[in-house]
Each structure stands twice: as C-alpha cells, then as structure tokens.
Design a protein around this ligand. Structure first.
Ligand code: 5MY
Ligand code: ATP
Length: 324
C-alpha cells in the first residue's frame, strides 16, 4: 500500500508536505497524504506523532467545524506510515529543505486539486478593523504588500466584496501575481477570462468568503492593539491550553458570553488568525473546502503585535494613500 513510487508531490507549506496517489489502488485513487515536517530538535517520537495527528483531527471537529460548518471541513483519517516510505517522501520536497524528517503519522484525505479545474485561494484578511488612522483606509494585506515591496495588485477587500467586477479584478490580479495566494490546476483547456467568470459566480453564490470574513472580523473585535496588552498581563494563564479549552472558547463566542473576559478575547483573536491564513479549495462543479486550519499558538501574539506595528508605521511614514 505504501509504495513511495506511487506517490507524487502535490504541495507544501511551512509545516506539511502533501503527496498525491498516482498508483492503481482504487482505495487510494484521488487521495492525498499530509505529512508533518519535523526538526531534529523536536522530540516527537512515534507516539507523539500519533497524538499530533489525532489532535489535528480533534481540533477540526471540536473547534473549527462548529465555527465554519461541517460541510467546509474535509474528512481526514490518521494513518501510520512505514519508515522506508517516509525516507523516500522526504526527498520529494520542492522547498529548500526546512525539516529533518517527517512524522510517522499523517492524514489521508481527498485530493482537492484533482478535478478537471481546481483552484486554491489563500484570500487573507477580508475586513477593515475599527481602528482610527491608516487601518481605516488601507487593508492589512495591501499594507503588508507595500512593506514587502510587492508588485501585487491583489486586494482581498475586492475578492470579498460580493461585487462581480471587483471579484474579477481581484482574480485577474491573482493570476498576474499569484504568490502563495492563488494556484490553478487545470486538466481541461480554459481561458483566464472563462475561469474568472466561473470563479466569480462560485464566489458570489457560495457563502464561504462572507463567512470567513465574518469570522475573522467578529473574532477580532478588539484588534491586536488592544489584545497585546491583555496578553502581556495574562501570559502565564495561557500556557497548556487544551482542545476542550478552545472548544469552550468557541462555545462562549457563539453564545456571545464572556465578553469581558480577557483570556476569552485573546483566544478569540488567536482563532481569527487561523481564518486569516487558511486557504479555500474550489474544485469546480464538485466541492468548496477550507484547508490549513491549524490552530495557531497564543505565543505568537508578541510577534503579531510587532509585525502589525511595523506594517502600519511603514504605511504611515511612507504616506501610503491607498483606499481599499
Ligand atoms: O503574518 P502573515 O499575514 O504574513 O501570514 C503568514 C504567512 O505569510 P503570507 O503573508 O501568507 O505570505 C505564512 O505563509 P508563507 O510561509 O509565506 O507561505 C504562514 O502561513 C504564516 O503562518 P505560520 O507562522 O506558518 O503559522 C503566516 O503567519 P501568521 O501571521 O498567520 O502567524
Ligand atoms: N486535500 C488536499 N488536496 C490537494 N492539495 C492539498 C490538500 N491539502 C493541502 N494541499 C496542498 O498542499 C499545500 C500545503 O498544505 P498545508 O496548507 O496543509 O500545509 P502547511 O504547511 O500547513 O501550510 P502553511 O505553511 O500555510 O501553514 C497546500 O497549499 C495545497 O497546495
């Protein structure tokens, strides 16, 4: 079953390598395996890899499905992989190798880029925060692009706008400068115009983008500028959060309760960061799913605050006038 020559590279991020099945087994046809990249300083042994893989599935079920809706979450099963398979799989990376080995347990799931036309969009931040100044004018993505000196004309606010013309404008910008925000897999000939028209239709009728923007915004009501001081005060109470703690925070959020609880607000902000960084997989005519729903750690809050300040200060100092 685990013959490495029957698996090929599908994609990878910072933390996972994804391979698709190209062999003859009917059970595995149309599947991918998602493997976690580990560094040698990580202590993960087989047991921990199993726990990590199970933890990911449990987080999807208890934290992200209740927020996003079951239908957008892809079904996954945890599988154990033989050592020889992992050694060969590690050689398939396309990035400069940023890991020492792969976890012994991975997730087997449907290949969402396997259809006649499939698209992966990492839409990023789809709302303008309620903070005076530059943040009211220019969206986070455009300010970040400006800091990076990027030539991309993609603005997420266009993509999330619900307006056909603006959606097509965003898709055209993504086609010219896809960066890590856009990937198209086509097994049928399609012009860019035809693809944009089809995608715009799906984006306008499927509720996924409004839902994502709404989650990003309502989980981030206070902005990092108010979250960071709360985090500095409560850091010590935020160690070792369990999946059940996160599930409780989701429940509180959905019930509009614990609005004055700082820990609750910090956890909500952290959840919003996953929704600002996930990807939407559109397999035309088949499915729309959300991937890369990894729970971010609250330990990132210092870094997020620093980056936020760097991005905004650069926009202000350089007189960025863009209105999103
Ligand atoms: O901060 P951002 O908006 O640049 O997002 C990071 C992403 O950069 P991007 O802007 O999409 O190129 C970044 O993507 P790349 O590595 O650049 O493909 C990661 O997704 C990163 O998440 P993590 O730290 O690996 O959990 C993302 O970091 P987080 O901020 O979500 O922690
Ligand atoms: N079910 C799937 N079907 C097809 N391709 C997939 C699937 N899951 C992931 N991929 C591809 O593999 C890439 C990496 O997967 P994933 O986003 O899970 O990795 P990651 O390391 O967690 O990413 P990041 O660095 O953004 O956190 C995706 O961008 C996508 O191109």
């Amino acid at each position: 079953m685990w013959n490495p020559s029957e698996w090929q590279y599908r994609g990878e991020g910072n933390k996972h390598l994804v391979l698709f099945y190209s062999g003859c087994s009917t059970d595995l046809r149309g599947k991918v395996i998602r493997l976690q990249k580990l560094r040698s300083d990580s202590q993960a042994i087989a047991d921990e890899s199993l726990q990590d893989a199970q933890r990911y599935l449990e987080t999807l079920e208890k934290v992200f499905a209740p927020l996003l809706g079951e239908s957008y979450i892809q079904h996954m099963v945890s599988v154990e992989l033989p050592h020889e398979f992992l050694v060969e799989a590690a050689l398939m990376t396309h990035r400069e190798k940023n890991f020492d080995r792969l976890s012994t347990h991975g997730q087997l799931c449907d290949d969402l880029l396997n259809g006649p036309v499939a698209v992966e969009i990492k839409p990023k931040w789809g709302f303008m925060p309620k903070v005076d100044g530059q943040k009211q004018k220019t969206c986070r993505f455009c300010m970040h692009s400006h800091l990076r000196g990027s030539h991309s004309h993609y603005c997420p606010i266009d993509l999330y706008s619900g307006d056909r013309g603006r959606i097509v404008k965003a898709l055209s910008a993504l086609t010219i400068t896809p960066r890590n925000n856009f990937r198209v897999c086509m097994n049928e000939p399609f012009t860019a115009d035809a693809l944009h028209t089809l995608l715009a239709e799906i984006i306008m009728t499927d509720p996924i983008l409004p839902n994502l923007a709404n989650l990003q915004k309502s989980l981030d009501e206070l902005d990092i500028e108010r979250i960071w001081p709360m985090y500095e005060e409560h850091k010590d109470q935020l160690q070792h959060l369990s999946i059940d703690d996160w599930a409780r925070a989701v429940n509180n959020f959905k019930n509009h309760s614990h609005r004055d609880d700082h820990i609750q607000r910090i956890m909500e902000y952290t959840l919003s960061m996953t929704f600002k960084d996930c990807s939407v997989m559109i397999c035309i005519g088949t499915s729309v799913k959300v991937i890369d729903l990894d729970l971010k750690s609250v330990d990132n809050i210092d870094r997020w605050y620093e980056l936020d300040q760097t991005i905004v200060q650069h926009a202000v100092k350089s007189g960025l006038s863009r209105q999103c």
